[in-house]
Design a protein around this ligand. Structure first.
Ligand SMILES: Nc1ncnc2c1ncn2[C@@H]1O[C@H](COP(=O)(O)OP(=O)(O)OP(=O)(O)O)[C@@H](O)[C@H]1O
Ligand SMILES: [Mg+2]
Length: 259
């Protein structure tokens, strides 16, 4: 299990395509611009794409190093030592934050050992950071890949629909089955039209009443995000007075008080 000594752990959850990776990029921007650093962002999506939203190239993933460990650990070296020696190759250093890409999960076979070594090495690495951010793919089971013991803040991202909000509530409930302590669960409803439909607000209020989700806020459907996506440019370059940046920053500042 990853023992987070000091690092404040934040994870994203939510159904596919709701905006988890986009909000992770905006969260990195928030933490870096608020000097809440150093930050380690972990892309735990097998189909990694957070790096693209940050304008970073990935050389090697943690999964590739884990696979190398199996065949290339020299005699006289333990697999743990091999991983520790090589993990730094997978850490991409940027300004104020680092990015680690998990890559493909293990195939069937020796799942446990490689994952437990990975978890131990991650644990050590995480000690060097103030914030650990995890961008997930849809589905809570992926969170278990990281063997996190605690998630201080879980942002559950929803699309602006009645069923989307219900799904978010269900996802929040599913965390109870995981072997991880979740502190706050915060609902973000993303890509909302303006003005915000009253019916949507009602669904949100209901979902919040029925679960232990707190309501974080709404983030509008944004042409700025769309333009950056089309131009394949980093979301870190969005101006801070962009509406979507302000909305996201408002939510983050409410829930990410220093512990
Ligand atoms: N507020 C927004 N305004 C406009 N477009 C947005 C907004 N949020 C996300 N998008 C767009 O929606 C698409 C899906 O977003 P994103 O990749 O962040 O979702 P995801 O939840 O990470 O998806 P996946 O489950 O596939 O990992 C992207 O094209 C992104 O640019
Ligand atoms: Mg994503």
């Amino acid at each position: 299990m990853v023992q987070q000594t000091g690092a404040n752990v934040i994870a994203m959850a939510g159904k596919g395509g709701t905006g988890k990776t986009t909000l992770t990029a905006l969260l990195i921007k928030y933490l870096v611009s608020s000097n809440m650093t150093p930050v380690l962002a972990v892309d735990a999506d097998a189909n990694a794409n957070l790096n693209e939203l940050l304008g970073l190239e990935v050389d090697v993933t943690l999964g590739e190093i884990r696979d190398k460990m199996k065949t290339e650990t020299p005699q006289g070296m333990t697999k743990n030592e091999f991983m520790e020696l090589h993990i730094n190759q997978a850490v991409i250093e940027a300004t104020g934050f680092d990015l680690l890409v998990m890559g493909q999960p293990e195939g069937p076979g020796c799942y446990c050992m490689a994952n437990s070594i990975l978890a131990q090495v991650m644990e050590k690495l995480a000690r060097n950071y103030r914030y650990l951010l995890v961008d997930n793919e849809a589905g809570m089971e992926h969170l278990s890949r990281l063997n996190l013991r605690t998630i201080h803040t879980l942002f559950v991202v929803s699309d602006p629909s009645s069923r989307g909000v219900l799904t978010a509530a269900r996802i929040a409930d599913l965390t109870k089955a995981l072997q991880v302590d979740v502190g706050k669960k915060v609902l973000i409803v993303n890509r909302v039209p303006e003005p915000i439909p009253q019916a949507l607000d009602k669904h949100v209020q209901n979902a919040v009443k029925q679960t232990d989700l707190e309501f974080g806020g709404y983030v509008s459907a944004s042409d700025d995000i769309f333009q950056k996506e089309m131009a394949q440019e980093s979301l870190l370059d969005l101006p801070e007075d962009s509406q979507v940046v302000r909305q996201a920053f408002d939510i983050f500042s409410k829930f990410l008080k220093e512990r």
